[in-house]
Ligand binder design. Structure first.
Ligand code: ZN
Ligand code: ZN
Length: 665
């Protein structure tokens, strides 16, 4: 090890050994050694043009200085070099581009031409220069360089052409990008990948997917791992049919590299196809494919979303076995997974055992405690984070405000909200305002919440109004509730999440015309309500239940079990709530009965299939209703099971009839 504090190592005497020492200098801490070796080399060879070791020595010196982030020294070596060949320029330009010093790279590139034939840019230089044009969004220079390339007929070179494609795409000229691609004589899979990733990285997702489809349709060569990696960034908010198409291509690949699996997993995970992601990972294990850090960090969030606790635990074992820690990305994902599965203790264990934590790690654990209704602990962690010298960011403040809201800590929440601008210098965004409206609404301060909205410096969005409307429903405040509803309806008539709330409040107020209007607008837009679904993990599989679902093979047993349970809790004061009937009038079946909600089916299913004492984990895609919440609490009492019910807003951790949410959600 070479460090700046220790005395310089005894320098090797031979030229070869010195060059090896130069090549081993890869970090700023190695600079003293590098400079010493450089000085010795000068003495040894005088770096004379005729000496056979001179040229390789200069290349190595430039590379080493660049790797040690001493770019001006690298430049000085080039400038003092007796023989300034193209290759030396390429080495330094490459170093500057990798360090994102694109302007410097382009200046050096521009200085090449006047120096005579020895240092004319070549097919290595042009791609680098075009890359810098793309990165600095310099279309004009890019166009000039491309026309020089065309004159020199260098655009037949694949790498030159690929960088031209990418430059045009990045500089907002997709048609020019496609023209270069189209005019290429020999297009192979690498070329197609370049075109796809050119569009994808430029944010032209539809065009990227279009080229991907075109490539598959032409069948001149097969998509490979690079194709999967290229199309991945274009699949952020993808259409279901496109995802299915990519999956078919993936399935047909003869040789699947890990990178393809990771890309497919990420496409599922990024599009909230959680079940598909988990299934693909299980298939991967069955096929004997060894996952890496990227695989695991990709599949952990879907595990959390589905409360797939056993799989998450197994992934934790893999991480231990492969000694992948410390790894901040992976550890944060692991912690989130546990928190999301309702295992606060495991999440905290991961957090405590981390050797380094960033603001994301702290925010995760704060938000975990918040969602479990443990507001005091969340606040304590928020203060400890600052004690560790980590400044909260905007997201950390959302976490702590939400924690205050979930725990009903009105004064503390107000305090932090005030601190945002005065102490942390963070401008509150819609999320922060939503938390505050939630907090006030929960405390029953409906008019204060309304006044708060009226004095907001930004336009209240649908979440803010939705939060107020929710509070009005719980505290039965019709006047303000109707104001909230009218604003909500005006803002987002297509927002299905609030549709039920809206028609209910209009129905309660007897405003039948508005009820018809809400439904009419929605029907005319052809919008379908998000079907309520609950997911549970059993064995290797995730089982999904829908409202009134009778499709499960164990359906009969499930309904029997549920009848038995509901019968027993009826004696304990359970009455299918009127409130719940209003919860969603659309969900009434033909006989006028309330269809069985998916969360009840999921709970009954797990009670049948797991041994006594096993916690019941259910994940829903909507907020749970009052009826199911009460039923779950009573069922937890009569069966002595912990029930962890995760809905879109929070985690209901129910033990012996008591829920962590304190019956407010
Ligand atoms: Zn329900
Ligand atoms: Zn609850």
């Amino acid at each position: 090890m070479h460090t700046s504090r220790s005395p310089l190592p005894r320098l090797p005497a031979t030229g070869d050994a010195l060059l090896r020492l130069v090549a081993s200098c890869r970090a700023p801490a190695h600079l003293p050694s590098l400079r010493a070796a450089h000085a010795r080399l000068l003495l040894l060879f005088h770096l004379h043009p005729s000496h056979p070791s001179t040229a390789p020595a200069i290349v190595k010196l430039i590379q080493a200085y660049a790797a040690c982030a001493a770019l001006s020294s690298a430049r000085a070596v080039l400038d003092s070099s007796p023989d300034r060949s193209t290759i030396l320029f390429n080495v330094l330009i490459r170093a500057l581009t990798s360090a994102s010093l694109h302007r410097d790279a382009l200046r050096l590139f521009a200085s090449m031409r006047p120096r005579g034939p020895a240092c004319v840019p070549d097919h290595y230089t042009y791609p680098l220069a075009l890359k810098s044009c793309a990165a600095s969004n310099d279309l004009l220079l890019g166009l000039q360089i491309h026309s020089v390339i065309a004159k020199l007929r260098l655009d037949a070179n694949r790498y030159v052409a690929h960088s031209a494609i990418s430059m045009y795409a990045r500089c907002g000229r997709p048609d020019d990008a496609y023209r270069v691609f189209d005019e290429m004589q020999n297009r192979d899979v690498v070329t197609w990948n370049a075109m796809i990733s050119g569009f994808a990285r430029a944010g032209l997702f539809d065009r990227a997917v279009g080229v991907f489809r075109e490539f598959v349709a032409l069948q001149c060569s097969s998509p490979d791992a690079g194709t999967m990696a290229s199309v991945l960034p274009a699949m952020g908010n993808a259409k279901a049919e496109d995802i299915a198409f990519v999956r078919r291509v993936f399935d047909e690949m003869h040789f699947k590299e890990l990178i393809s699996w990771n890309a497919m997993l990420a496409i599922y995970a990024n599009n909230e196809f959680h079940v598909k992601a988990v299934e693909l990972f299980v298939k991967m294990e069955k096929d004997g494919v060894e996952p890496d850090e990227v695989t695991l960090a990709t599949v952990l969030p879907p595990c959390g979303e589905l409360s797939a606790f056993s799989l998450g635990k197994r992934i934790h074992e893999i991480i231990k076995r492969k000694r992948m820690r410390p790894n901040l990305l992976l550890e944060n994902a692991l912690m989130d997974m546990y928190a999301s599965c309702g295992c606060l203790k495991d999440a905290k264990e991961v957090f405590d055992s981390m050797s380094a934590r960033d603001v994301i790690s702290w925010t995760s654990i704060i938000s975990a405690y918040g969602k479990h209704g443990q507001g005091r602990e969340a606040i304590d962690l928020f203060e400890r984070m600052q004690g560790h010298g980590i400044e909260p960011d905007s997201i950390a403040l959302v976490a702590v405000l939400a924690a205050c809201s979930h725990a009903g800590l009105l004064d503390v929440g107000k305090h932090y909200f005030d601190c945002m601008t005065s102490r942390y210098r963070i401008t509150p965004k819609a999320e922060h305002y939503t938390c505050m409206v939630d907090l006030l609404g929960r405390a029953g301060c409906i008019s204060e919440a309304y006044d708060f909205i009226m004095t907001m410096p930004i336009d209240p969005n649908e979440r803010v109004w939705g939060s107020l409307l929710g509070a009005c429903r719980i505290h039965s405040n019709m006047d303000i509730g109707l104001v909230a509803a009218d604003n909500l309806f005006r803002l987002v008539p297509e927002q299905t999440g609030y549709y039920v709330l809206l028609s209910n409040i209009y129905a309660r107020a007897g405003r039948w015309a508005d009820v018809t209007l809400v439904r009419g607008v929605l029907a005319s837009k052809g919008i379908k309500k998000l079907p309520g679904a609950s997911n549970v993990e059993l064995g290797d599989r995730v089982h999904t239940f829908h409202i009134g679902d009778r499709s499960h093979p164990q359906s009969e047993m499930i309904y029997q079990k549920l009848d038995e349970l509901l019968g027993r809790i009826r004696g304990m004061g359970y009455n299918p709530e009127v409130e719940a009937t209003l919860h969603d009038v659309e969900e009434e079946d033909k006989e006028g009965h309330l269809s069985i909600h998916s969360e009840k089916l999921a709970i009954a299913f797990l009670l049948i299939n797991t041994s006594p004492g096993t916690p019941i984990r259910v994940t829903m895609n909507l907020r749970t209703c009052g009826d199911c919440h009460l039923a779950a609490k009573l069922i937890s009492t009569i069966t002595s099971r912990e029930i962890i019910l995760k809905d879109t807003n929070r985690i209901h951790h129910i033990v012996q009839g008591v829920c962590s949410c304190g019956d407010y959600w």
